[in-house]
Design a protein. Structure first.
Length: 217
């Protein structure tokens, strides 16, 4: 099955304690029964595996792109690692990332790496408020390039301030696809397959009923 890597990814994040269950307060003030922190992929082996999952998700999505862009700061190691994973899979693409502060000496500017050109795929960890995506889109367009999609690790499929999720809002606002390695649907499927996860499945189900969106809203 083409989607097997999504279940493997959920298992991997739980093993790495990147995806944890319990009671966590979100930025929106909601009490979530699970927490995903991509910042905990902080050793070479786990970052390599994470990048390989990104590469599989990007290939499965079939989105055409010429280069990758990683928004500072979390997107910097991600875009670097994903470009290596794509090269290992047989596709060598250029990449760049931005710095938060503009330099007025040396090479100057805010973008480091390949010049922004053609169709640019943004690589980030998650989309919460969509701020880093908005800044990235503006940077890419200002350079005369075309933002063609956003690749993230997990889509929580959770409503923002309105009826849409942050992912749906970003996709709709910029008319670009958002590629995720896994979604809340994949997490629920994983929990359903493991009887030991019954308690977590029930908690995630309740939370989803309260705050969730469907994939096709």
């Amino acid at each position: 099955m083409a989607s097997d890597f999504r279940q493997e990814f959920i298992r991997f994040t739980i093993e790495q304690k990147v995806l944890r269950f319990g009671e966590f307060k979100t930025k929106a003030g909601r009490l979530s029964p699970y927490f995903f922190n991509a910042g905990l992929f902080y050793d070479g082996a786990s970052l390599k595996q994470l990048a390989q999952f990104y590469a599989k998700a990007i290939a499965a999505a079939g989105v055409g792109f010429d280069m990758l862009f990683g928004p500072a700061y979390k997107g910097i190691p991600l875009v670097t690692a994903v470009s290596i994973a794509l090269a290992e899979a047989g596709r060598n693409v250029r990449y760049s990332f931005n710095r938060k502060e503009e330099k007025d000496h040396g090479e100057g500017g805010t973008v480091i790496g390949a010049p922004l050109a053609g169709k640019v795929l943004i690589v980030d960890d998650v989309i919460s408020a969509g701020t880093s995506v908005r800044e990235s889109v503006n940077l890419i367009r200002a350079a005369g390039a075309i933002p063609c999609g956003v690749a993230i690790a997990l889509d929580r499929m959770e409503r923002g301030s309105g009826n849409l999720s942050a992912v749906q809002e970003v996709g709709g606002s910029y008319n670009v696809p958002v590629i995720s390695i896994a979604t809340l649907d994949d997490l629920v499927r994983y929990l359903k397959a493991d009887p030991q996860q019954a308690q977590n499945l029930a908690a995630v189900g309740r939370y989803r009923e309260q705050y969730g969106v469907t994939a096709h809203d």
